[in-house]
Design a protein around this ligand. Structure first.
Ligand code: ATP
Ligand code: MG
Ligand code: ZN
Length: 241
C-alpha cells in the first residue's frame, strides 16, 4: 500500500494527527489549526510544481548504451566528469552548455545529467525554454504578482535548472527580461544550469541578449556537438546523397 490516505489522494499524516490536509480540525470549536506535517507538505508542493520529469524518449539514458556510447569521446568525457560527483558539481554551481547541430545528442546528454541529479535526490527543473516562458506567462494570467515571484523563487532555489532549446523561440522584450531575471538570480546564487541550443554565441546574443549569454558563459562549461542529424540516419540507410 502506498502512503496515500483513504481516497483523498493526499499522503497520510505521518503524525496521525490530520486527515492528510495539513490541518487539524477541532469540531467542537469549529476551527482548524495547521498540523505538524504542514511545513513538509508545503515544501513538497513547492518542488512538485516544477517539472522534473525526464521525457520518455530520454528515460534510462546511460553511458553504456546507444546513443551515448556512439557520441564523440571528448564530449562524453566532460559529461562523465560532471556526473561522476554530481553533488559536488551542483554544490559548486558548475553548469554545462551544450551547443551545436540539430540531432547530435545535446538533449540526450543534458537529460543524462538531470537524471543523475534526480537519482541522488537533488531537485531538478527541466523545461524547454518555450515551455518555461509559457509557464511564467500563466502566472500573469488573471492571478497575483505573488505567484510570479514564487515561481521565480522556485526556479532559483532548485539545485539544477535544465533549459532545453534556448533561442528556439522568437523573443519579445518581456520574454528576454524574464529569462534574464532567472539566469541572473541563479548566477548570483551560484546555482547550476544546463542549457542546450543550436545557436552560436553571436546568434544567441541576438536572441537572448548578451547580458544573459555572458552570465551563462561564466556559469557553464561549453560543450560543442557537431555532426550529422542522427534522427535522419536510420539504421543501415545510406547517409549521403
Ligand atoms: N551520436 C549519436 N549517435 C546515434 N544516435 C544519436 C546520436 N546523437 C543523438 N542520437 C539520437 O538522435 C535523436 C536526437 O537526439 P537529441 O534529441 O539528443 O538531439 P539534439 O542535439 O538535442 O537535437 P536538437 O538540436 O534538434 O534539439 C535521439 O533519438 C538520439 O537518441
Ligand atoms: Mg534538443
Ligand atoms: Zn498532519
Amino acid at each position: 500500500m502506498s502512503a496515500a490516505s483513504g481516497g483523498s489522494g493526499l499522503p497520510a499524516c505521518p503524525y496521525g494527527l490530520c486527515d492528510g490536509s495539513g490541518f487539524v480540525e477541532h469540531e467542537a470549536l469549529r476551527t482548524a489549526t495547521p498540523c505538524q506535517c504542514r511545513p513538509a507538505r508545503i515544501a513538497r508542493a513547492r518542488t512538485r510544481s516544477l517539472t522534473s520529469v525526464i521525457p520518455r524518449r530520454y528515460r534510462g539514458v546511460s553511458f553504456d548504451r546507444a546513443p551515448v556510447i556512439d557520441m564523440p569521446r571528448a564530449q562524453i568525457a566532460v559529461v562523465r566528469r560532471y556526473v561522476r560527483d554530481i553533488s559536488a558539481s551542483l554544490d559548486a554551481g558548475r553548469g554545462l552548455w551544450l551547443f551545436g547541430d540539430v540531432g547530435t545528442g545535446k538533449t540526450t546528454l543534458a537529460m543524462l545529467v538531470s537524471q543523475s541529479a534526480l537519482e541522488v535526490g537533488r531537485s531538478v527543473a527541466i523545461y524547454s525554454l518555450p515551455r518555461l516562458l509559457a509557464e511564467i506567462r500563466t502566472t500573469f494570467d488573471g492571478s497575483s504578482e505573488r505567484s510570479y515571484t514564487a515561481l521565480l523563487d522556485r526556479l532559483t532555489e532548485v539545485d539544477l535548472l535544465h533549459v532545453d532549446d534556448v533561442g528556439a523561440e522568437r523573443s519579445s522584450p518581456w520574454v528576454l527580461e524574464q529569462l534574464y531575471a532567472i539566469v541572473n538570480a541563479r548566477y548570483e546564487e551560484e546555482r547550476s544550469m544546463i542549457i542546450t541550443t543550436n545557436l552560436e554565441r553571436e546568434a544567441l546574443c541576438e536572441q537572448i541578449t548578451e547580458r544573459t549569454v555572458s552570465r551563462l558563459e561564466e556559469m557553464c562549461e561549453v560543450l560543442p556537438l557537431f555532426g550529422g542529424d542522427a534522427r535522419r540516419v536510420t539504421y543501415g540507410a545510406p547517409t549521403g546523397p
